[in-house]
Design a protein around this ligand. Structure first.
Ligand code: SF4
Length: 424
């Protein structure tokens, strides 16, 4: 029997697909490289945006119309299982806390049965990785599931629920397995890396020190941190981030520059606090780069609130901004609030996009002429792309450099999203 795994969404979903791959292979089930070879298509779904959901429903409907057996997991399995069953009535639906039973689901599905597994379980999912897992230059390792927040716009919460931090020993084992199998970049990921360990009397900065002690030639990227918890451990976090083991990179999704809108979203911090955190980390972790996420058009956002968001971008000069137009996700608190007209959301998004691009280009221009060590993580027929120690993406015209190698480079040109360099 052969299974094809189709993964949508964030680095956590990609980490879960690696765990599923490990479990299936351990149970003697072959994972193949295309839908055409597969007896069962396993879809790891995402609900963060309605556009993603539409793409997934299209994909599942097409596979169902081709007569393929389907097993769906990931966030849609937890948040909107009825939508999967509507477009693929014979699909089996397995929520993420049940992925240790994924082989049963695949076998049942291949024999023509449909099973639904949605019981909530606190499992240490990362402990399913073994010495045969991994094998790529860049690997994702999940450290927890769920979170401690309840943001008004978030459909993921409906699926992943409350915080379940995985055991430090299992996470460290997974890092060792990945490094032994050749990983040069480890992406530590979860819904909210910032909440890690708060349900176990520890926190992300403690885990970072433990990871920094693992032998090997690899770099670690710390995933998205809801700024709400940073005050608890920021000094230790800054100190750990300064060790060579970590990319000097912090992803702090602020979502809005308006205190009023943050309160409406249920985000437990103020723009001033995040601005102070960024200033502190810039002082303590030299060369640190910042990524943030912004939503424009959240219900209650006025012109003044929107202006506050643009002020935040100008004041903090993030390296990268993931900008989203607000879309109401079914079942979320925000979907029950008075919506801002689409036309107005589009108008604000156009303004914010230009502002963000100009700000990012300005930040990137400061790197021209600078020299960096660069880890190559991607290769295509036009270029080899890598990351500096601050996780800045560098595009090199020489497409012969293979992922995992390092090069000294000089930055020669920039856009608002990437740096261009030449090998020294
Ligand atoms: S922190 Fe907020 S946005 Fe992130 S997963 Fe939790 S509820 Fe969703």
């Amino acid at each position: 029997m052969q299974v094809y795994i189709k993964t949508y969404g964030c680095s956590l979903n990609h980490a879960d697909s690696s765990i599923i791959d490990t479990i299936l292979k351990e149970d003697g089930i072959r994972v193949c490289n295309s839908e055409s070879e597969a007896d069962v298509v396993l879809v790891n779904t995402c609900v963060v945006k309605s556009s993603a959901e539409r793409r997934i429903i299209d994909y599942i409907s097409k596979r169902a119309s081709e007569g393929k057996r389907i097993v769906a997991t990931g966030c849609m399995a937890g948040s909107y299982p009825e939508r999967i069953s509507k477009y693929a009535p014979e699909a089996s639906v397995i929520t993420t806390p049940n992925i240790m039973r994924i082989s049963d689901a695949v076998r049942e599905s291949a024999s023509g049965n449909t099973i639904m597994l949605s019981e909530y379980r606190k499992i240490d999912r990362v402990s399913y990785f073994n010495k045969d897992s991994f094998g790529r230059v860049v690997e994702q390792i999940p450290i927890s599931d769920g979170c401690m927040s309840s943001c008004g716009f978030c459909a993921t919460k409906l699926s992943r629920g409350t915080l379940n931090s995985f055991a430090e020993s299992s996470i460290l084992n997974a890092v060792r397995f990945a490094v032994k199998r050749g990983a040069k970049e480890i992406q530590i990921t979860s819904q909210d890396v910032g909440a890690y360990g708060l349900d176990r009397g520890t926190n992300i900065s403690e885990l970072m020190w433990s990871i920094s002690e693992i032998e090997g030639d690899f770099k670690v990227r710390i995933g998205m941190l809801n700024p709400e918890h940073l005050w608890r451990y920021i000094e230790n976090f800054a100190a750990a981030l300064s060790s060579d083991r970590f990319y000097k990179f912090v992803h702090l999704p602020i979502q809005s520059g308006s205190e009023k809108v943050l309160r409406a979203m249920g985000r437990g911090y103020t723009p001033e606090q995040v601005t102070d955190h960024i200033a502190y980390l810039r002082k303590k972790a030299t060369g640190v780069s910042f990524m943030t996420d912004l939503i424009v058009g959240y219900p209650t956002e006025t012109d003044k609130d929107f202006a506050d968001t643009l002020d935040f971008v100008r004041a903090t000069e993030p390296d990268t901004v993931n900008l989203s137009k607000f879309t109401a996700r079914p079942g979320t608190r925000a979907s029950r609030m008075t919506q801002i007209p689409d036309k107005e959301i589009k108008r604000r998004s156009t303004i914010a996009t230009k502002e963000v691009h100009d700000a990012q280009r300005l930040v990137n221009q400061r790197h021209i002429g600078k020299r960096y060590k660069c880890l190559i993580t991607e290769q295509n027929d036009r270029s080899s792309n890598g990351r500096t120690d601050s996780y800045k993406q560098v595009v090199l015209a020489d497409s012969s450099i293979i992922p995992g190698e390092r090069r000294d480079v000089e930055i020669t040109a920039v856009t608002s999203n990437v740096l261009y360099g030449k090998v020294l």
